[in-house]
Design a protein around this ligand. Sequence first.
Ligand code: ADP
Ligand code: MN
Ligand code: MN
Ligand code: MN
Ligand code: MN
Length: 359
Amino acid sequence: MATEQVSRTATLKKYELLDQKDILLAEYIWIDADGETRSKTRTLDATKEWTTETLPVWNFDGSSTGQAPGENSDVYIRPVAIYADPLRRGKNILVLTECWNHDGTPNKFNYRHECAKLMSAHAEHEPWFGLEQEYTLLDLNDRPFGWPQNGYPAPQGPYYCGVGSGKVVQRDIVEAHLRACIYAGVTISGTNAEVMPAQWEYQIGPCEGIKMGDDLWVARYLLARVAEDFGAKVSLHPKPIPGDWNGAGLHSNFSTKEMRVEGGMKHIEAAIEKLSKRHQEHIAVYGEDNDKRLTGRHETGAIDQFSSGVANRGASIRIPRECAAKGYGYFEDRRPASNADPYRVTGILMESVFGAVSE
Ligand code: ADP
Ligand code: MN
Ligand code: MN
Ligand code: MN
Ligand code: MN
């Protein structure tokens, strides 16, 4: 960190140590039209018990975020999940919200609402998800950290799970984010350096049902905040650097109660069969610019072709070797792009395997 930044951080500490009295700070988080998180703060009476039911519904100016027209700009944010706030700590909380229009309909960019309906309709199957979020760390000029100003780093090979200078950069951001997720109550299962230099991954899950999307969105919010502290930008672009450099995905691991026990493989195979019939429908909600990533090279399957296989990282769907050997477990949908909305991904997996929900 720059010296100036260090001294500002020290100065801020003076204020953070002031008594908060009977006030808690609630950071209301929502998802905007571009799939970025936004947030704002409100003070609440800390002597009261706050749940998603008792927390106030709030609103924001949707015309400033592309989520509502100027003449009718209020968008309501309804609390749906509460997390501990690792940035403010103490009694302060993060409040994940859903966006609703003034007329009582879900906002166009509220993908959680439909997803939650699918999850509750098929809850008896106890769906578990584990999403692998790949991302790239950029400097304030949008250049991946560690890349030469003009030209490219040495070819891929040493960077994946790399250890040591010249192989990985910005490990402090990754470590801070991991700790922040754990503190917040986000189910994070691990993290690793990726194939392209300056690219990293964290895994959220296994989470049941709607908690998958909730936890991943809060993890994305926290990464943006941590990176802000370190003067870095987070890119979720699925192909940040064209050419012989790996893209970034959101591999989505999925299992149901039936798949996780002996004899589960026939349920896994039946699900894959159903997915094979709706390839285009899935691709349509698996993120923007995914065509630049799903080329059939760089550990991806081709965008226009459904494929599946055991231990095959060039397929749409991979059954992990260990699961094939045991005869049960889970499968991995490798198609979603890093910028996909987890509510849309987990929602369509449920819809394709178990059917749509009627109103
Ligand atoms: P990869 O070998 O593809 O890099 P990772 O170890 O990065 O795999 O991620 C695997 C993910 O699968 C983790 O997020 C983990 O929580 C999740 N997972 C493990 N078991 C299950 C399961 N039974 N159902 C759904 N997800 C699972
Ligand atoms: Mn104002
Ligand atoms: Mn992984
Ligand atoms: Mn990966
Ligand atoms: Mn994977």
